[in-house]
Design a protein around this ligand. Structure first.
Ligand SMILES: C[S@@+](CC[C@H](N)C(=O)[O-])C[C@H]1O[C@@H](n2cnc3c(N)ncnc32)[C@H](O)[C@@H]1O
Length: 263
C-alpha cells in the first residue's frame, strides 16, 4: 500500500532486477543445515516457514519432513509466493508445500496445527515482532518448537572500515528494517509470548573473501536512498572494502542469533 513504511513496502514491491537477484541470493546453501539442526525437524512434521522468499528453504524442509509431512511457506510478497509454487513444482515437492501470502499480523493457519515454525532474517522487518511471535505460538501444537535465525545490524563489523564510520552507515541504512537489533531481543520476546526452554546460540562465520558483500551493498543502497549520509562517504566506504579485499585486510562479521523454543 502507498502508506506502508519503507521497511515493509520494499518487500511488497520488488522490481524485476531485485527479484532475479533474490532468486540467486536465497538459494538453499547446504552450509545452512547446521543452523536448522536445533529445530529438530523430522519425518511427518508439519512445518511453517515464515518469510519464505522464493521457497528454497521450504523445499529443503520438505525433503526433511518426507512424504508424510507438510510445509506451509508464508511470505508478504506475491511474486515470492508464485515463485515458491513454481520452484516446488520443479523440485517435485509441490504436493508437500502450500504457499500463503501474509504479513504476519494473522497467520492463515489454524490454532495448534504446526510441529515446527522456522523463520530466517524476516522478524527484523515485521511491524510488530512481539505480536508475530505470539501468532507463532498460537499455530504451534503443544510441544511444538519455534526456530528463529536473525541478525543484529549494530553488532556487525566490517574491517578495516573505522568503527564510527561503519556505525554511521548502519544507522543510515536501518530505515530498511523495523527492528535492526532484533537478534538480541528474540530471547525476551519469546519469553514474553510464553515460550519455554528458550535456547540461544550466536553463530558468526568470519567472511574474508567477500561472501557478505551483497548484504553490504544492499545496506549501502538503503543508506543512499535515505539521504542521511553523503554519496561520497558511502562510495568511500565501498571503495575501502574493495581495496581491503584485494589487499586481504578485509574481514566482516554478521552475527546470527539462532533461537529455538518450545511452546
Ligand atoms: C531477507 S529475506 C529472507 C528470505 C529467506 N527466509 C532466507 O533466509 O533465504 C526476507 C523475507 O521476508 C519477507 N518479509 C518481509 N517482511 C515480511 C512480513 N511482514 N511478513 C511476511 N514476510 C515478510 C520478504 O518478502 C522476504 O522473502
Amino acid at each position: 500500500m502507498a502508506n506502508d513504511p519503507f521497511y515493509k513496502d520494499h518487500w511488497i514491491n520488488i522490481d524485476r532486477d531485485r527479484l532475479e537477484r533474490y532468486q540467486r541470493m536465497f538459494q538453499w546453501n547446504p552450509a545452512s543445515s547446521i543452523l536448522y539442526e536445533p529445530a529438530d525437524i523430522g519425518p511427518g512434521h508439519v512445518v511453517g516457514d515464515f518469510g519464505c522468499g522464493p521457497g528454497y528453504t521450504a523445499i529443503e524442509i520438505a525433503s526433511w519432513v518426507g512424504v508424510d509431512g507438510h510445509v506451509h511457506a508464508l511470505d508478504i510478497n506475491s511474486d515470492f509466493i508464485s515463485q515458491t509454487r513454481n520452484n516446488a513444482m520443479a523440485a517435485g515437492t509441490d504436493d508437500r508445500i502450500s504457499a500463503h501470502q501474509c504479513d504476519g499480523s494473522r497467520l492463515p493457519l489454524p490454532d495448534a496445527s504446526l510441529d515446527r515454525l522456522t523463520t530466517r532474517n524476516t522478524l527484523i522487518y515485521v511491524d510488530n515482532a512481539e505480536h508475530v511471535i505470539r501468532e507463532f505460538r498460537r499455530v504451534l501444537k503443544a510441544e511444538g518448537k519455534v526456530h528463529a535465525i536473525e541478525g543484529d545490524w549494530p553488532m556487525m563489523i566490517v574491517e578495516p572500515v573505522p568503527t564510527e564510520t561503519w556505525a554511521a552507515l548502519v544507522d543510515a541504512a536501518s530505515h530498511a528494517c523495523r527492528t535492526p537489533d532484533i537478534g538480541r531481543k528474540l530471547h525476551g520476546l519469546m519469553a514474553l509470548a510464553g515460550f519455554s526452554e528458550i535456547d540461544v546460540q550466536v553463530v558468526a562465520r568470519p567472511d574474508t573473501d567477500g561472501r557478505l558483500l551483497p548484504m553490504i551493498k544492499n545496506m549501502a543502497g538503503y543508506a543512499r536512498d535515505r539521504g542521511q549520509m553523503s554519496n561520497a562517504s558511502i562510495e568511500e566506504i565501498l571503495s575501502t572494502i574493495e581495496q581491503a579485499l584485494v589487499g586481504r585486510s578485509y574481514l566482516a562479521l554478521a552475527p546470527q542469533f539462532v533461537v529455538t523454543a518450545t511452546r
